[in-house]
Design a protein around this ligand. Sequence first.
Ligand code: HEC
Ligand code: HEC
Length: 333
Amino acid sequence: MKVKLRTLAISMTLIGAIGAPTFAAEELVKPIQPPKSINLGMAELGKKLYFDPRLSKSGFISCNSCHNLSMGGADNLPTSIGHNWQQGPINAPTVLNSSLNVAQFWDGRAPDLKAQAGGPIANPGEMAFTHELAVHVLETIPEYVREFKMVFGKDKIDIDQVTTAIAEFEKTLVTPNSRFDQWLLGKKDALTADELAGWKLFKESGCVACHNGENLGGTSFQKMGIVEPYKAKSPAEGRVAVTGKDADRFSFKVPTLRNVELTYPYFHDGAVWTLKEAVDIMGRLQLGRKFTEKENAQIVAFLKTLTGEQPRFTLPILPPSSDKTPRPQPFGK
Ligand code: HEC
Ligand code: HEC
């Protein structure tokens, strides 16, 4: 009883916080819309940059190395491998549907995709380059010079154009038409009885208080380990790094559950490999509820209906370097 009351109190405050007067779960989740008003030329350039390892010091690491679009936009590693085989501190979230999140990164330190995209290029533990050197590499590649000029109408390439183009491409990486979305839009036979039972458990036990919106996540920052603490394998402390408020320690951006079947391992430390275990942990730590084997399996079955149509496009062919292009430095610091 004690746990139940506490759970209810949590749900009520969360629901209050997101401004919905009553618990109308179907209104709290929304189907994904296809991307609107994309500048096609800019997105095409952004796609090349997304796949171009020459934006890294080693000439080997691209955005796609850690956000592999053949693997749900993630790397399926607990934490990423960066320049010089460095082990990253935190799990790489998927880039799929990331345009729908309130902010970027686990702690939300980047307000949007454009602000985010400059980060990894200059991060010594990721692509280990500088913005100046990355722009310089692009300037030595005649086809890039022509394409940037065509898209941005300026004589000089700058990092702002690079991140703007990458962000435009990322806006196209949404995954509409999952079976759950088909069901939301009225196709009543899109889900099986077990999947529907899983959805019912998901909303009635309170998961939807945090995992809501188009992305079933990405709308707020919440503490990890409300009822019971989470023993994380990562030193990251979450939102406190941005706000400086003690109350935000171990608060993380609620991750999207879209395509969650593809984006293992789970949590910010990537410590959990199965959805079964992730659902069990969420139930106990966030809601004080221990699901039975059957309930757990139903929720997992529901989560797998959130896999949408993966972005489909032709792999970009990157323009060759010129004699002036600086050589990559794959080894050493
Ligand atoms: C070495 C691996 C690595 C590379 C290379 C890399 N990323 Fe990431 N990316 C990560 C990790 C790890 C995080 C989470 C970091 C954090 O939250 O502190 C992340 C976070 C993100 C996010 C935020 C998603 C969300 O929901 O918060 C986006 C978007 C993103 N990266 C896009 C890119 C783009 C674009 C590039 C290329 C310019 C890139 N990444 C290169 C590992 C990488
Ligand atoms: C109080 C808010 C809250 C509630 C309630 C909640 N979650 Fe979460 N969920 C989070 C946060 C925050 C994370 C990220 C925690 C971390 O990585 O440290 C998360 C992570 C997850 C993940 C891992 C996703 C990934 O990509 O790493 C899954 C799966 C998940 N939740 C499912 C559920 C289910 C199922 C329920 C209901 C039983 C639920 N959550 C209830 C806030 C919540």
